[in-house]
Design a binder for this molecule. Sequence first.
Ligand SMILES: O=P(O)(O)OC[C@H]1O[C@](O)(COP(=O)(O)O)[C@@H](O)[C@@H]1O
Ligand SMILES: [Mg+2]
Ligand SMILES: [Mg+2]
Length: 335
Amino acid sequence: MNRKNTTLGEFIIENQASFQYSSGELSKLINAIRLAAKVVNHEVNKAGLVDIIGEAGDTNIQGEDQQKLDVLANEKFIQTLKNREIVCGIASEEEDDFISVNSNDNQNQNKYVVLIDPLDGSSNIDVNVSVGTIFSIYRRVTPIGTPVQLEDFLQPGRNQIAAGYVVYGTSTMLVYTTGDGVNGFTLNPALGTFYLSHPQMQFPETGRIYSLNEGNYVHFPQGVKNYIKYCQQEEGDRPYTSRYIGSLVSDFHRNMIKGGIYIYPKSSVAAEGKLRLLYECNPMAFIAEQANGKASNGYSSIMDVVPTALHQRVPFFCGSRKMVEKAEEFMAVQE
Ligand SMILES: O=P(O)(O)OC[C@H]1O[C@](O)(COP(=O)(O)O)[C@@H](O)[C@@H]1O
Ligand SMILES: [Mg+2]
Ligand SMILES: [Mg+2]
């Protein structure tokens, strides 16, 4: 099943049988995401040659200036999901409200909703540093055939059916889980095909990399300040190495391969931190837990947080199990 160099298409079909709700709908959905990812990859790779870098001129509901590639990636993913008619609802970082797909005439018998961060790491687009896309998939909770409701999206991460990300970096990879481990596929640009290159990915139990924006140090909770000091102490296998790309997907991906922790805490200037629960933290938490890692808000699992708003933010501690547990110890003691 996890033969190296299996194509993503073959892998999806081979694994469909092992998926309890298997009706082919999820396979079609992952295939649609694969297609949209290739289209966005093509645009990202030529950023700078054509007029797709820089600001789009609008501000999204987060109060962030939208980059042209944020808008383009958002359009490509939404268009592909709508055209393929495989979802009943979509929520996106770049959309104020959720989108109900084709529900007027009760034609939409689909059971999945998708939440996406179409372009992650927007501050890195113009400077040729790796960026990504993040997606999270749920079964709707309201009756099939009726228009989707907010409650279909405000589900705890534990209910996710599948989650994944695409990293547009030195190579382009699609990494995802359906609750049966985490597999990574690398795009062969010459063939336009994703191949299984990283079967059954696992976070090393511990590591020597810590990733956070130390420029915000003065605003951090005491627990985080003390954890940073711990990472920098000369003792045992410390000091650790500081690595921060500024794209969640890329920092997470590196830490999953090498062992490390990513932290975006709450602070005196960001009461709930920066990252969005539904389309950044929950999908990365599902992948982390499926890869023997850990993801918390500093105290408890992100996956058990009951969402209250589409664009809510949460503090995020994610990575190698022992490193997240150590950071939680500091959070517990200091508060
Ligand atoms: O510049 P900061 O404050 O360190 O924030 C960087 C973080 O913000 C993000 O860019 C937020 O994601 P978006 O780019 O999708 O808005 C993360 O990818 C990244 O880890
Ligand atoms: Mg993001
Ligand atoms: Mg984004």
